[in-house]
Design a protein around this ligand. Structure first.
Ligand SMILES: C[S@@+](CC[C@H](N)C(=O)[O-])C[C@H]1O[C@@H](n2cnc3c(N)ncnc32)[C@H](O)[C@@H]1O
Length: 247
């Protein structure tokens, strides 16, 4: 049985939940944060790993950066290419798996944003992704990884919530913390007037120190943690776990 993250059914079936209009609108502030927190030079070449339909890659390209976007989901890569042709800038998009994709020394900077990390069954596979990113960076290159931190989840955890989606449907989320706080298990139910669909998936949780340790063992020598895109510290007010790692 394929795991949820290895299936087009998950990524295509719940695309509108993940990539709402509001979510697209957030991308430019997130890119601004990446640029500020890394201090990248203009003209840098970015790797956007697990780029989805290109939210950040398109903004980066529009800001004059060179971008390579990589994602497993072919229809997202096609959408990213189509979105690029309607915009300005330079980007290429490739279908590849983050567990195997690497291009040694090719990039000045890399990003992996919006909880695209923690999917794999083993921590070794998660580590492999980080090692591939590290190998793919030039010396002194920066990597920004943005996910839900374990400490943040513990503080804001709620078992269930419901929100409105763009098209009048609603999303109900049910959450359970797996044994030993290793995983967060999610059930999503999307209801419209005419239909209902649901899915379950789980994501491995990392605390700040666990993520920093994983990045160091993947080969990064310096890791800083932030709690939001404006560079607030990763403390009891943090909203996200954002790691900025240097090769
Ligand atoms: C939550 S989305 C985030 C997309 C994008 N980073 C953003 O912020 O909009 C996670 C993405 O990871 C991709 N993905 C999942 N498993 C992957 C893998 N093994 N290799 C490459 N991409 C993967 C999915 O196709 C999806 O586009």
């Amino acid at each position: 049985v394929s795991e949820w993250h290895d299936t087009d059914a998950f990524w295509e079936g719940f695309q509108e939940v993940m990539f709402s209009r509001r979510r697209w609108d957030l991308a430019s502030d997130e890119v601004e944060g990446v640029i500020e927190l890394t201090g990248v030079e203009p003209n840098s070449h970015f790797l956007d790993l697990c780029c989805g339909p290109g939210r950040h890659a398109l903004v980066l390209a529009g800001r004059g950066f060179r971008v390579t976007g990589v994602d497993r989901t072919a229809s997202y890569i096609e959408a990213a290419r189509a979105n690029l042709s309607a915009a300005v800038g330079q980007a290429e998009f490739l279908v590849a798996d983050a567990r195997t994709y690497r291009d040694p020394g090719a990039f000045d900077a890399a990003i992996c944003l919006y909880t695209s990390f923690g999917y794999f069954e083993t921590k070794d596979e998660d580590l492999r992704l980080l090692q591939n990113v590290c190998d793919s960076l030039k010396r002194d290159g920066s990597f920004v990884l943005d996910m839900n931190g374990k400490e943040v989840l513990q503080r804001v955890f709620s078992e269930t919530s419901t929100e409105d989606l763009d098209d009048g449907a609603t999303l109900t989320e049910e959450r359970t913390i797996g044994p030993e706080w290793a995983w967060i298990e999610n059930r999503w139910i999307v209801r419209s007037d005419t239909a209902e669909k649901e899915t379950t998936f789980r994501v491995r949780m990392y605390s700040g120190p666990e993520l920093a340790q994983a990045l160091r063992s993947a080969g990064f020598w310096d890791v800083e943690l932030y709690g939001d895109w404006t560079g607030s510290p990763y403390d009891d007010q943090a909203r996200r776990l954002i790691a900025v790692a240097r090769k």
